[in-house]
Design a protein around this ligand. Structure first.
Ligand code: ADP
Ligand code: MG
Length: 616
């Protein structure tokens, strides 16, 4: 059969391309706002209605488009940002593929009003489903406004796949949050269904932008980071290890100011937090990595958020070590708070009764996070925006005096005690109050009381010691008074035989005992005399399920072994407490057990007295 081959017309091509560039209302927002940023705007307003499905408006005060180029801007592969292939290596603008406007215009009703400073009049153009329906002169300020209505009206499949208004709003909020934070020099105003969600000052201070876009509590739990090496620079904010989330949505990373998704960077960040945060929780960060643009490739995907690095290892190592270093210096001791958390709970749209108690609530932790787990500060449901958007914005407007705000905030934060400085002066200035619940050691120092989880501390100390012995290949073994015979299934037996060297390295002496059994004669000294050997089975299960046995050994086995090794006897006398604290001094912050739980908490005299109503 002879099939006819035809070249598609432009409109069809644009509709197909729209499938790649414009997946949802949030992609329209991303493309339009990026165009405004590329146009050098210092103020950008985003307004949406009904999840952006019916209405998206982006207004900027950028350079605008000259009358003679307006029509061309909507043509496929029309861009003012690159002229030939050589420019691709050195892209500093956000857009460059010249397909966004053409794609959006193909699947919506779009209206643009734009004017350059050279022109007295601006230009108005209206395009519906790719067809120009009006183009004329109009009066307007310098800059550009784009309004997109009825997105996907002519692509029924896309239309059907759009999510609920609140889901699409959430995705837009996430997009505009990322764009605002990466451009702290631009003032962003975000309006949803006629309510202002946030306004950023545009004064180049990332801290101020974070405060407006996220919230004060999040901000208080961030650590400033600035590290430089060769021609790489990492700058921004990272979260305290005890302030974590249930997902990665607040891991915001930019490369040269462009928001990117990079597994490589994600891994470097999470590796740096390993053992410092609780399992299945994720650190937060707003980071910008500055590197030579010729060493990256961002043209991997039309949405331009995937990135390839030329020197992967170098970058991963730099990001990792910068974060580790910063955490070591700046981790604070988590505080037991007596004040009721205000903002987070009020964030909840349909405020449910909470089971929180006033005292003993670990402030700002992952635990606290589960109440608002589904409501990220920047993933705002519509109810929430309606209720509190104006309030949040007002608080910014009311308080134009930024210097004042800076001061309040800094003093707020300086109340927190850094773990590193705590350890520095711990050796001689503390008073041991005693031990409670056979678990927590209580110390008093200065204006604070400290609670130390002796199990967590002990586990960390053992773990570090064991790890060092293994690394130095100097694990001390001890002979069991009575050798232990273990019966193994055939599969376990093979696994163990195959990996016997690793067990030897760990300080075990295991011999074949015939017919699928083994005999254990020596165990690592650091473990003490194990009470039972079930952990050997767990180890074997783990080996069977993991890709990298070496990683598994470090990560899991040692952790497990140490957990088993914690002494059964929990009551400590003064001398033993003193000794444990002496040993704590050998650790580097963040002080956490190998599973990421905190070792130390603090409670300030101030908070206690406030609760006794001695002070207001
Ligand atoms: P790209 O951004 O990849 O160049 P677009 O389709 O997004 O492609 O935009 C096409 C062209 O239209 C841009 O290169 C730019 O010259 C112009 N343009 C789009 N939006 C704006 C704006 N807000 N201000 C000024 N010029 C704009
Ligand atoms: Mg663009």
């Amino acid at each position: 059969m002879n099939r006819k081959i035809e070249t598609l017309d432009d409109l069809t091509i644009n509709k197909i391309a729209a499938g790649e560039v414009v997946e949802a209302p949030c992609s329209v927002v991303k493309e339009l706002v990026e165009n405004s940023i590329d146009a050098g705007a210092s103020a950008i307003t985003l307004e949406i209605r009904e999840g952006g499905k019916k209405y998206i408006r982006v207004t900027d005060n950028g350079v605008g488009i000259a009358e003679e180029y307006v029509e061309q801007a909507f043509m496929r592969h029309s861009t003012s940002k690159i002229t030939n292939i050589d420019d691709l290596g050195n892209i500093s603008s956000l857009g460059f593929r010249g397909e966004a406007l053409a794609s959006i215009a193909a699947v919506s009703g779009i209206e643009m009003v734009t004017r350059t400073k050279e022109q007295k009049y601006g230009t108005l153009i209206k395009i519906v489903g790719g067809e120009i329906v009006a183009i004329k002169k109009t009066g307007c300020p310098i800059g550009t406004t784009v309004i997109v209505k009825n997105l996907f009206f002519n692509t029924p499949v896309r239309l059907k796949f759009m999510k609920s208004n609140s889901t699409e709003t959430m995705k837009i909020s996430r997009t505009i949050t990322r764009l605002s934070l990466s451009n702290s020099g631009i003032s962003f105003k975000y309006i949803n269904n006629n309510s202002i969600v946030f306004v950023t000052p545009g004064n180049k201070k990332l801290s101020e932008a974070i405060l407006c876009v996220l919230n004060k509590e999040t901000f208080k739990n961030l650590i400033y980071i600035e590290e430089e090496e060769l021609n790489m620079k990492l700058q921004g904010y990272i979260g305290q290890p005890n302030f974590v989330r249930g997902n990665r949505n607040l891991q915001i990373v930019y490369v040269n100011g462009r928001y990117v998704k990079s597994k490589l960077l994600g891994r470097a960040i999470e590796e740096a937090y390993k053992e410092k945060i609780i399992i299945n929780k994720y650190p937060i960060c707003v980071l910008n990595l500055t590197i030579d643009p010729s060493e990256i490739d961002i043209n991997v995907h039309p949405s331009k958020i995937e990135i390839k690095f030329e020197k992967e290892e170098q970058i991963q190592e730099f990001v990792y070590s910068s974060i580790v270093k910063t955490l070591e210096k700046n981790t604070t001791i988590p505080r037991l708070s007596v004040t009721e958390p205000k903002f987070r709970d009020s964030q909840k749209p349909n405020s449910m009764p909470t089971t929180r108690t006033k005292i003993g609530d670990l402030e700002d932790t992952g635990e606290g996070g589960n109440i608002t787990e589904n409501i990220l500060a920047n993933e705002i449901s519509e109810d929430y925006i309606q209720k509190s958007g104006v309030r949040r914005t007002n608080s910014f407007i009311d308080n134009q005096n930024n210097d004042n705000r800076e001061r309040t905030r800094v003093s707020d934060i300086s109340e927190d005690i850094l773990q590193s400085s705590f350890l520095d002066i711990l050796s001689d200035q503390y008073k041991i109050i005693g031990q409670i619940f056979d678990t927590y050691i209580i110390l008093e120092k200065g204006q604070s009381v400290y609670l130390i989880d002796q199990h967590a501390a002990h586990e960390r100390l053992l773990y570090n010691k064991f790890l060092k012995e293994i690394k130095d290949e100097r694990v001390v073994s001890q002979r069991l008074a009575e050798p232990r015979v273990l019966e193994l299934s055939n599969e376990d037996y093979i696994l163990l035989s195959d990996n016997i060297n690793l067990f030897v390295k760990l300080g075990f002496h295991i011999e074949d005992f015939g017919t699928g059994a083994v005999i254990i004669r020596e165990v690592p000294m650091v473990l003490g005399e194990p009470r039972n050997f079930s952990f050997i089975y767990e180890i074997l299960d783990g080996i069977g399920n993991s890709d990298s046995i070496t990683d598994y050994f470090e990560d899991t086995i040692i952790q497990r072994a140490c957990k088993k090794a914690i002494k059964a006897r929990d009551r400590l006398d003064y001398y033993e407490i003193e000794q444990l604290i002496e040993e704590l001094l050998t650790l580097t912050p963040p002080l956490t057990c190998p599973h990421g739980r905190p070792i130390i908490l603090t409670m300030r005299q101030y908070d206690i007295e406030k609760h006794f109503k001695r002070i207001q």
